[in-house]
Design a protein around this ligand. Structure first.
Ligand SMILES: *Cc1c(COP(=O)(O)O)cnc(C)c1O
Length: 418
């Protein structure tokens, strides 16, 4: 690559022309004049989603009505989608279902893990990070408070603390693979092995890594995983999440949300709960079909490439953005909070700035969409499927211009969603 100081927008256009992923941008309907760097929060809309939604609403629901549970594959949809998603995360067939929210799936996985560990009454701690996405911690708090059996949540401040805090009293280590705020990426294999050395179970939240980078849950020998489909997987606003339970744990996987969709024969309508033998025991009740159906449109694009290619471009995009911002905005009080080392970085770049919220609002007004996260962090997500090198260039230039001209309003009112 050309030296960053002599690089031009033209060079970025050349990179786009050589980019083998560039044609996949055509799968998405992006509004004109918008540079979308928030696909880590809500993925862009696959063009196919509109037709699929129309089909679900008019044909499957409107015309075929209740027959569609059988004829349109509605009943099987959580597993059909789970199987389509599985290769992206190193899961096998019949190990993933798409269902409920990430928060609810965390509840199921934490509850099942604690029950599996309850044979050893000394195992009383759940280890996670203080900087984890709050709902992950809240869900663990909810379960432990409700169980009232002396479980404790241990919050660590840096990943380096893991070897000191994981011990024979640990029931569960629960980490988010890529930190939502900083983009820090954990080494899944090493951390899982560390948990197992002490007999702890390992739960990964893949909200910010599924669809952003390659991973292999089975090779890492992880125990459980959950994640979002509306972020890098482009499933649509609030599209159902996923949960992974490897075959080796499925028999022992019992969660308290034992609804009829997890029953061995839901339409036997028997009064007692018998869980179905496979991954569908992770289901609870009737699924939101209209929303669930959109998930396939997001996943289809991944079938046209592979996660190695996506990762390569993701690192190139984040490297370029970091270099451009740091060289162009060197006089401004910006601090990169995302790791520079590739093996520790997800698919985002986050910078601290004293007026982060105001600057993000000014960028959004110019059509450059990133987001704001407490405290004082501007977050930019890079989705290799539809982000171009010229977008990176233009976003960095927009940021430089706003900072140089101080064209932002430090009194900007906070919206409900930042
Ligand atoms: C986005 C995200 C969630 C969202 O959970 P919902 O139940 O879908 O609201 C949970 N955990 C992490 C780590 C996330 O990044």
């Amino acid at each position: 690559m050309t030296q960053i100081n002599t690089m031009t927008r033209n060079d970025c256009e050349k990179l786009d022309q050589q980019d083998t992923l560039a044609p996949l941008r055509e799968d998405f309907d992006l509004p004109a004049g918008v540079i979308y760097l928030d696909g880590n929060s809500l993925g862009a809309r696959p063009k196919a989603a509109l037709q699929r939604a129309q089909e679900v609403i008019t044909q499957e629901w409107g015309t075929d009505l209740i027959k569609s549970w059988n004829t349109a594959g509605w009943f099987d949809l959580p597993s059909t989608l789970g199987n389509q998603l599985a290769p992206l995360i190193g899961a096998d067939t019949n190990e993933v279902v798409v269902t409920d929210t990430t928060s609810v799936n965390l509840f199921k996985a934490i509850a099942a893990a604690l029950q599996m560990q309850s044979v050893d009454s000394k195992r009383k701690t759940i280890i996670t990070e203080r900087s984890n996405f709050p709902t992950d911690i809240y869900m663990a708090e909810g379960i432990t408070r409700w169980l009232d059996r002396g479980y404790q949540i241990v919050l660590i401040d840096t990943p380096e603390e893991l070897p000191q805090v994981i011990n024979d009293g640990t029931a569960l280590v629960m980490l988010t693979h890529v930190n939502y705020r900083t983009g820090y990426l954990h080494d899944m294999t090493t951390v899982t092995a560390l948990a197992h050395q002490h007999g702890a179970l390992m739960l990964w939240d893949l909200a910010h890594s599924a669809g952003a980078l390659p991973m292999d849950l089975n090779a890492a020998n992880a125990d459980f995983a959950v994640g979002c489909t509306y972020k890098y997987l482009n499933g649509g606003p609030g599209s159902p999440a996923f949960i992974w339970v490897p075959v080796r744990h499925q028999q022992a996987f019992h969660h308290p949300l034992s609804g009829w969709w997890g029953h061995a024969s839901p339409f036997a309508m028997s009064p007692g709960f018998t869980p179905t033998p496979g991954i569908r025991r992770a289901l609870c009740g009737t699924q939101p079909i209209a929303s669930l159906a959109m998930v396939a449109c997001g996943l289809d694009t991944f079938g046209k490439t592979d996660m190695q290619a996506i990762r390569k471009k993701s690192l190139a995009l984040t490297d370029l953005f970091i270099q451009l911002v740091e060289s162009r905005c060197a006089t401004h009080p910006l601090e990169l909070v995302t790791p520079r080392q590739h093996q520790q970085r997800g698919s985002q770049a986050s910078f601290k700035h004293p007026h982060a919220y105001a600057v993000i609002q000014a960028l959004i007004q110019r059509g450059i969409i990133g987001d704001y996260r407490e405290p004082a962090i501007m977050r930019f997500g890079f989705t290799p499927l539809y982000t171009r090198y010229v977008d990176v260039w233009d976003a960095a230039e927009g940021l430089r211009d706003i900072l140089d001209s101080k064209d932002y309003d430090t009194n900007a009112q906070r919206n409900a969603v930042t």
